[in-house]
Design a protein around this ligand. Structure first.
Ligand code: 4AD
Ligand code: MG
Length: 462
């Protein structure tokens, strides 16, 4: 089936005169019957724009169209001509028309009116056919491409970390267990409950590809993973999903400073790329979702990024005069209200907070010997934490001590410790929450609406 998509047609027609035949396949968005003609608005998902199709009464195309209406899938061949009507420059005069799938108007869930986000979540299998979710999914794809392009241009190789793991990369105990044993299974030998399980040991879905990325960075120099990660944290917020995608660069011979710079530049590069490549879709979000979107994106792409130590951040929060739900003191883990205050109100833009207290951060972060570790979080307006990372503890004895202090089983980390035993080197990396980035870029305020099929507590429909 040889055909053009509407995006290609729109691009060609913007510069050339409308000649020639074309064939498009898509879904009818609206049907308007007039005297002697029917007008169809077709959308094929390639871009936000619809193509207007004119079907003349009495033609074979008209007969083939039948009752096809909103939601029906059609393929239409014909001649592109200048449109005499308002609202579009070109239209397609149908010569051939095939209806592949009718959509019963009474029951088709996507009626022409504007639906709420909550309603559309319940029909996630159909929402890609709406303007808003079509635009979000295209921006999501472009943003992923932008991240690949940027990291590649900086010499980072795309590597793939396993999804099934035996270790808890964050040590936070928020893992989904993986087992092939039946529900209610009683191990015959309670001393080794995993004896008859698939791997013969405990296994989980990964919470982060970091530990494996570190191993690969200590061979390839600069790597990044970009894959799904899973967390069983039962926090039903607009910023947490049980399955989300993370971009995790990891680089040998990188210190905290290098790491912060990479995090800022990656964020800049993605903002820049979508501004250049997703204008039409971004405009939709700027008009209907978040009026400040374009300004924020331009600031992200071109503006400065602030940096402050955790100690300074605490001082700012304490002196803000703001009454936070959770008061702040040195040693407090910052929560979203603090992070948003810093980015949104104090700095009015992205800010990286570094050198957090050791007690509130993961075991692998490099000890600064002053009660802090070389951690960094990039905070952005509206979201709070977008990126979390650190310089890694590359000294064997320190790392062993840290794992033991945190009550982790050192045997699980033998290979991770080997990296410090043989040819260890200062290295750093971070994780960028891809959904949070898409929320930032589109203005969408709930993580459930930037994931094609969101997984959150008590929700796994599709
Ligand atoms: O700060 P986190 O937990 O860091 C790590 O996992 C490190 N191992 C990353 C690294 O250094 N390679 O998570 C990183 C980012 C967060 O800043 C946040 O944007 C996102 O992942 N994130 C989530 N996004 C959606 N839903 C959740 N439940 C998330 N948890 C973290
Ligand atoms: Mg974090």
């Amino acid at each position: 089936m040889l055909k053009n998509d509407i995006r290609q047609i729109a691009t060609v027609l913007a510069s050339e005169s409308a000649t020639g035949k074309t064939t498009v396949g898509g879904w009818i968005r609206t049907r308007r019957d007039a005297k002697g003609f029917t007008f169809l608005e077709i959308n094929d998902g390639s871009c936000l724009k619809n193509l207007q199709v004119v079907v003349t009464e009495g033609t074979p195309a008209f007969a083939a169209m039948g009752e096809a209406n909103n939601g029906a899938a059609v393929m239409i061949g014909g001649q592109l001509v200048e449109s005499p009507g308002q609202g579009q420059k070109w239209e397609l005069k149908a010569e051939t028309l095939t209806v592949f799938g009718f959509a019963d108007q009474e029951n088709y869930p996507l009626q022409k009116k504007r639906h709420t986000d909550e309603f559309l979540r319940g029909i996630a299998h159909l929402r890609a056919r709406t303007n808003k979710y079509g635009a979000m999914l295209r921006i999501r794809a472009e943003a992923a491409q932008a991240a690949h392009n940027y990291l590649r241009s900086e010499g980072f190789r795309y590597v793939h970390a396993p999804i099934l793991t035996g270790s808890d990369a964050e040590g936070a105990g928020e893992m989904f267990r993986v087992t092939t044993l039946p529900l209610g299974y009683q191990p015959p030998n309670p001393a080794n409950p995993y004896d008859e399980d698939f791997f013969g040991r405990e296994s989980n879905l990964t919470v982060s590809g970091q530990l494996e990325a570190e191993a690969l960075a200590l061979g390839l120099g600069r790597v990044y993973t970009f894959g799904p990660t899973f967390r069983a944290e039962n926090s039903n917020t607009a910023r947490h999903a049980a399955e989300f995608w993370m971009i995790e660069p990891e680089a040998a011979f990188y210190d905290l400073e290098d790491n912060m710079e990479l995090a800022e530049n990656l964020t800049r590069a993605v903002a820049w790329y979508v501004l250049e490549n997703c204008q039409e879709d971004l405009d939709l979000f700027n008009r209907f979702v978040d009026a400040g979107l374009m300004d924020r994106l331009k600031q992200l792409a071109m503006g400065g990024y602030d940096r402050i130590s955790y100690r300074e951040a605490v001082k700012i929060l304490q002196q803000s005069g703001r009454r936070f739900e959770h008061p702040v003191d040195f040693g407090t883990d910052l929560s979203t209200e603090h992070e948003r205050f810093l980015a949104e109100e104090h700095f009015k833009g992205p800010v990286t907070v570094y050198n957090y207290p050791k007690a509130i951060k993961a075991f692998y972060m490099r000890d600064n010997d002053d009660g802090t570790v070389a951690a960094m979080d990039l905070l952005v307006p509206r979201i709070g934490e977008l990126i979390g990372g650190s310089q890694r503890e590359e000294r064997l004895d320190r790392l062993e001590g840290r794992i033991a202090d945190m009550g982790q089983n050192i045997d699980n980390y033998w290979w991770y410790l080997d990296l410090r035993r043989y040819g260890t080197v200062p290295h750093s990396g971070f994780g960028l929450g891809f959904e949070r980035l898409i929320m930032l870029i589109t203005g969408i305020s709930n993580i459930r609406d930037v994931l094609p099929f969101p997984r959150t507590p008590r929700s796994l429909e599709f």
